[in-house]
Structures are given as C-alpha cells and as structure tokens.
Design a protein around this ligand. Structure first.
Ligand SMILES: Nc1nc2c(ncn2[C@@H]2O[C@H](COP(=O)(O)OP(=O)(O)OP(=O)(O)O)[C@@H](O)[C@H]2O)c(=O)[nH]1
Ligand SMILES: [Mg+2]
Length: 707
C-alpha cells in the first residue's frame, strides 16, 4: 500500500513525494549522535540536500535547518530534542526508506540521545574533524554498546582548514580499539581536501560545484604525511578488518587474494551487525561526500530485519518477524497546536491508522487515529507503519517507553533515562497563573523524561529538576511560549529544622479577665531533647493540678507551636515535653486557654533550652573518571562533606560515597560536569539532620527572617 501525502497548494515538488511502504529489509533507522556542535544537524541538512529531498541547504547560523526548527533551537543554535527526517532513497540494490534521527549533543538535553538511540538500529557517531574525540563521542558509543546497536563514525567538517582527519582517526583507534576501520578517506594536500577515496569501491572522487561526485584518478601513495596512512597501508588494514568477519574471507585473505567489492561490503555489513567493525566515513561542508554516506547507509548498515531484537521487561525478545504488533513509543512532544505527538518505532507487526490497540504499559485501550512520518516538522500522512518503521501518532494516551500491542501484555524494555539532579524552585510570576503553570509543567514532564516536577515534602515548594541550567532555562522558556505561563526560578529552600540541647522546666500561664467570662490556663512543662521528628508528649500531673480533659489541648498547643522554632522560625524536631504541674480555674479554664498556656511555656522553654538549627544531610554517591577523583574530593571537602568510601566502579571510573550537607550541594551538578567534562554522575538522597555549624547559624537566621 502506498503512503498518502498531503498535497499542499503551492508547495514545491521537493516538499513532498510519494512514499511506498517498505519492507523491514529496505528500511534503515539511524540515530545521528555525538558531541555538541560536532555537525550532526548540518550533516543531515547536507544529506537531505544531496539526496534532493530538500531544495536548499539550510545553515545553523541562518536558523533554517530542517531538524533544528524549534524556536529555542534556532535561538541557541543547537539541537535540543531528537528529531526525525524520514525519506526515500534510490539505492544501488533497491529503493530504501531512511529514517534519520537527529539527536542533541548538549549534555543538558541528553534525554533526546536516549530516545533516538532506542529507536534506531545504527548509531552514527559524528566526530568533528576540528575538535576530535570528546566526551559526547564516548557517551554515544557507550550507549550504542549498552543497547546493542551497530556503530559507525563519521568525521565531519573534514574540509575545514583547521580539521585534521588523520589525527582524529588515530584518536578513534586509540580510544575505541581495533574495530575502528576507515572506509571513506579524504586526500589532503597543503591542508586542503582535494578528493575522497572510497576504499570499498577503490575509487576516488572530487565534487563539482553543484555537489555531484566526479570520479578522478586514484592518488599515489602520499595522500597524507603520516606513513601509516599511506594508501597501501589503509587498504591492507581495511582488508584485514574485513577478513576478521568471516572464515571464508579470512581464508581468502591469507591466500593472498584480493577481495571483490561485494565481499568487502558483505564483510563490513556483517562486521557492523556483530559489532566487530566500526567503519569510519567522513563528511565535508554542505554535504560534500554525502552521496557516499548514503551509499554506506544502504550497503553497510543493518536493516531492522537484521538488527538486534528489542528486549522485553519479562526477559523475552521481540523480533521483527514476530507478526504480532509490538510498537514502542520512544518520544513524546506536547505541541500546543497539533496536540500530543507520539513517536513510535514498530518492533513487529504492522501499526495501522484508525485502529484500536492495547497499551500494555498502561493496560488501557489505545485508539490510533492518523499516522504520519516526518521530515523535520513537515508531516506526511501514512496509512500504516510496518515492522521496522518509525511513525508518529497524534493525540494518543500513551507515554514515552509504553508498548502498544494488539492485545497482549508484552512490554518492551523502557528507556533508562539519566536521573535529573539539578533543581530549582518554581513560582508564578503573575498571580492567578498557578493552574496554567501546573498543567504546562505536567505536559513538559510528560514529553521530557529527564525533567521532574514535584512538591518537596520538606519545604512544600514546587521543584523542577533537570539535567542542568540550560535544560531548566529551556523548559521555562517552552512553558512561556507553548502554555503562556511565566515562572520565576529560585534556588530551592533548604529544609532547616530547629531543636533543643538542654532539659528545662518552665511555667506557661494564660490569664485574661475581660468582662464576664475570663480565660485561665496554667501549665508547668519540662522540655528535653529526644530522637523523634514528632512531639513526644507525656504527663506526670499529680492530684489533678491540671484536669485530664485539658491534656489534649496542651499537646495540641505544643504541636502547633512546634511548626515554628524560636531561632529562625523553622519546624522543631527532637522535642519531648512532660506536663508536670499547673493549675486551673473551675469557671475560666477552657481548652483554648490551656492551648495558649502551652504555647507560652513552649516559647519560654525553647529559649532556655539551648536551641540550635539543624541542617539536612544527604547521602551522595558520585561516579567520576579515576583521574578526576582528587579534584572532586577537594571540591567535596569545600562542601563540608564526609567521605565514607571510594570504590572502583569499572571502566576507569571511581564511585565516591559521602555524607554531605544539602545546603552546599546546589551547584554540584554543574561543578561535576566541569571537572569530569560531562563524564560523571551522582545520586543524592536525604539521610538525616545534623547540627548546623555555629558559625553558619546567624547567616541562616538572617536568611530565614528575610523570607
Ligand atoms: N566548517 C564547517 N563547519 C561546520 C560543518 N558542519 C557543521 N559546521 C558548523 O558547526 C557548528 C555546529 O553544527 P551543528 O550541525 O549544529 O552541530 P550539531 O552536532 O548538530 O550540534 P548539536 O545539535 O548542538 O549537538 C555550526 O556552526 C555549523 O555551521 C562543516 O562541515 N564544516
Ligand atoms: Mg544538532
């Protein structure tokens, strides 16, 4: 069945095209990942332009690229979410459908990387020819490994005068080992790329002004100054890597025979699928050599039919040939105009439009209406998405990580997003906006699983937690543009507490004579420290000095008073009160009078009982590269942390466990990122309260009074 497309009056031909339904063998799902600014969005722009899907070459600086269309992305000149660019390509062997997924490189927006990689079969890791291997390169590689995806490197910006393809290649080989295998290499003379060699085809190409490849003679040996990158050496290493993928090829290699082009493709393809070859291709400005990227997408990358099956929550697998519908929501977007958009990867079966299904994750029925595919923000309607394909459904109930089935209770493994650690308190800029803000924040948290909104149980503030400053800034910016709600972010309050350190005995008396009935309550209370968050109340009254029926009023009076301590007005904990004596008046005494008397005793008693302020202490577990442990320990020291232990956490990482005062930890997310260059993470949980150092008490009292 053919895909339908929307005819738009006046639309250019390149704006839409008829798309056939493709079998899994003829689909390629590729997530473009890598360090921030490595050229992913520009590469997609170049590929779509060279594939004649778009008729202009958008630029980041002009804010007109196909995948960075969000106003926030245009403003920041960076991708913030994972995007889809789906198109047809006339391949060498057959027509194929390519689903390119652009992911953000900025660490604050790494949720998009997780979404994109989980929907793809191949992770194409962009590495800038200018700045080389960075933490974003490693992160993308590690995630691809963890999720069992095929990997390919693309060295970008190779024609920039500051680029050095061969240095980057050496770096990739050092960091990622012998599986790294160059396939497309630039020929560089006097710091300029003059042509590109396709080692599979054993052909060399230059590019005409309109970007078309023109075959040119193979260069002689000196394509680069480095001896190991002489053409002969490259070809030999290439053949050896291919030989490793297959016994038959290995025999041929040792027999001294040259591989045919088909054998090279077969070997590389199998090598990528098994994860034993990571090819390296390259890309120049404006999509130069994009034709070769397109060729390798078709020839080398596994199709959904060959890729690793999806794992399920109960330990099973979903293979693309299973027949029954298993579709995975990998991304959700709250669009104020279109409504909720759900990006879906069909793992098996066929997802049809206007059909009722079952959401195995929410255990609710799921009505699928229209289905679309997207090129950036452009929607192309489709009737169905077969196994292996990616599509978008609108206004469905399901959320990211849910599995839609044809009735069975099969759940594909949910995406394991990084936990948000950077927190701010949210308050309305304009009174009356609270409801709008609540709904908006809820929607944003629904679309971004690295964003959390909750009420702090200790301070009762609304907290927005994300991956970093930029993440939260962009979230509130979206809140304003999409939901018309403006908020102010402030550093979250610290949930200080007050307590006492001495045992005291005080009297509290309330007496009022005004006209008729008077008021009389009189209590003698002993206050002492104890271990409890709640008031511990006892009575040891002899001879009915205070009648029994007033005891609850005394207790209540104390409980209410404890909401505010006498130093900084923080809630009081660790307080035991024993009602030991008092007196009453047969007419004027009342519950209210005793309640007030208890309050009087409380105020006086706490002042005398050596009150102090307690601060919350958290349990921190931070994982950092071994070489950064010293600096992090130094930083923790400045934050008054007590280090409990240090343990190797594998892969050159160390886990440091410490107890830390919460008030010192607000900036830790950003600090850790700086020190570990994005390569560390941590968890921090409330542990207990401890006495605030005396030197800090005046400071806290002042801060609390000004609130
Ligand atoms: N000279 C040169 N500059 C490039 C090339 N590709 C991208 N750039 C520039 O590099 C910068 C980053 O490019 P993007 O395409 O936004 O990179 P990205 O990897 O998508 O960035 P994030 O989405 O933020 O991770 C922009 O200023 C581009 O103009 C290239 O081939 N040559
Ligand atoms: Mg980008």
């Amino acid at each position: 069945m053919n895909y339908k497309f929307r005819r738009e009056t006046g639309a250019k031909t390149s704006d839409y095209y008829r798309m056939k339904t493709y079998k899994a063998e003829n689909i390629r799902n590729i997530a473009l990942c890598g360090h921030a600014g490595s050229g992913k969005t520009s590469l997609i722009e170049g590929v779509l332009y060279r594939a004649k899907i778009s008729d202009r070459l958008g630029r980041i600086s002009d804010g007109n690229t196909i995948t960075d269309y969000d106003p926030e992305e245009i403003k920041r000149k960076a991708s913030l979410g994972c995007k889809l660019a789906s198109f047809e390509f006339k391949g060498q062997k057959s027509d194929i459908k390519i689903n390119l997924i652009d992911t953000p490189g900025l660490l604050d927006f790494t949720g998009g990387l997780y979404e994109g990689v989980s929907a793809a079969d191949t992770v194409m890791i962009a590495v800038s020819g200018k700045s080389g291997v960075k933490v974003g390169t490693q992160k993308a590689y590690d995630l691809a490994e963890t999720l069992g995806k095929a990997k390919i490197f693309v060295i970008t910006k190779v024609d920039d005068p500051e680029a050095n393809y061969y240095n980057v290649l050496t770096d990739l080989k050092t960091k990622f080992g012998p599986t790294v295998c160059p396939v497309i290499v630039p020929v560089i003379k006097d710091r300029q790329v003059i042509s590109y060699i396709n080692l599979i085809e054993k052909k060399c190409y230059t590019y005409s002004d309109n970007g078309d490849p023109v075959e040119c003679p193979m260069p002689t040996n000196d394509i680069n100054d480095k001896v190991e990158y002489r053409l002969e050496g490259l070809q030999a290493a290439f053949a050896e890597a291919v030989a490793e993928t297959d016994e038959e090829l290995m025999d041929k290699f040792f027999g001294g025979e040259e591989f045919t082009q088909d054998e090279l493709v077969r070997g590389l393809h199998a090598g990528m699928e098994k994860g034993i070859i990571t090819p390296v291709i390259c890309n120049g400005t404006g999509g130069t050599a994009a034709d070769m990227i397109l060729k390798e997408i078709e020839l080398l990358m596994p199709s959904p039919a060959e890729a690793k099956p999806f794992g399920t929550v109960d330990g099973g697998e979903v293979k693309n040939t299973d027949g029954k519908l298993r579709a995975f929501i990998y991304r959700t977007v709250a669009d104020p105009f279109v409504g909720k958009m759900s990006f879906i990867r069909v793992a098996s079966g066929t997802l049809k439009s206007n059909t009722e299904y079952f959401n195995a994750s929410s255990e609710q029925n799921e009505k699928i209406g229209k289905l679309y595919t997207l090129i950036g923000k452009k929607q192309i309607e489709m009737d169905e998405a077969p196994a292996g394909d990616i599509c978008v459904a609108v206004k469905i109930n399901g959320n990211t990580s849910d599995t839609i089935t044809d009735g069975e209770n099969v759940k594909i493994l949910p995406i394991e997003f990084p936990k948000p650690t950077y927190k701010m308190a949210v308050s309305a800029k304009n009174q009356g906006d609270e409801a709008k803000i609540g709904t908006g924040l809820q929607r944003l948290a629904e679309e971004d699983k690295t964003l959390e909104i909750y009420t702090d149980p200790l301070t009762h503030e609304t907290i927005i937690a994300g991956l970093g400053e930029q993440h939260l800034e962009s979230a509130i910016s979206k809140l304003k543009s999409k939901f018309g709600a403006e908020v102010i972010l402030t550093e979250p309050k610290i949930a200080y507490r007050e307590t006492i350190r001495k045992k005291v005995r005080v009297q509290g008396r309330h007496k009022k004579q005004s006209g008729g009935h008077g008021q009389f309550g009189d209590v003698v209370i002993e206050f002492e420290p104890c271990v409890s968050d709640e008031l511990v109340f006892e009575e040891k009254v002899f001879g009915g000095a205070v009648p029994k029926n007033y005891f609850p009023a005394v207790e209540k009076g104390l409980q209410e008073s404890m909401k505010k301590g006498v130093l900084a007005g923080c809630p009081v904990v660790g307080l035991k009160a024993i009602l030991v004596d008092g007196s009453y008046h047969p007419v004027d005494s009342s519950e209210l009078a005793f309640k007030i008397a208890a309050g009087v005793a409380y105020k006086e008693g706490l002042k005398q009982a050596d009150p102090t302020i307690l601060e919350p202490i958290g349990k921190l577990v931070v994982t950092v590269p071994d070489e950064n442990t010293g600096e992090i320990m130094g930083d923790l020291n400045k934050r008054r942390a007590r280090v409990i232990g240090m343990n190797p956490a594998g892969k050159g990482m160390t886990a440091i466990e410490a107890e830390v005062p919460m008030r010192e930890m607000h900036s830790f997310t950003m600090q850790l990122r700086q020190v570990a260059r994005g390569n560390g993470d941590f968890t921090l949980e409330h542990l207990r309260y401890e006495q605030l150092p005396a030197a800090l008490v005046p400071n806290v009292i002042l801060a609390m009074q000004s609130e």
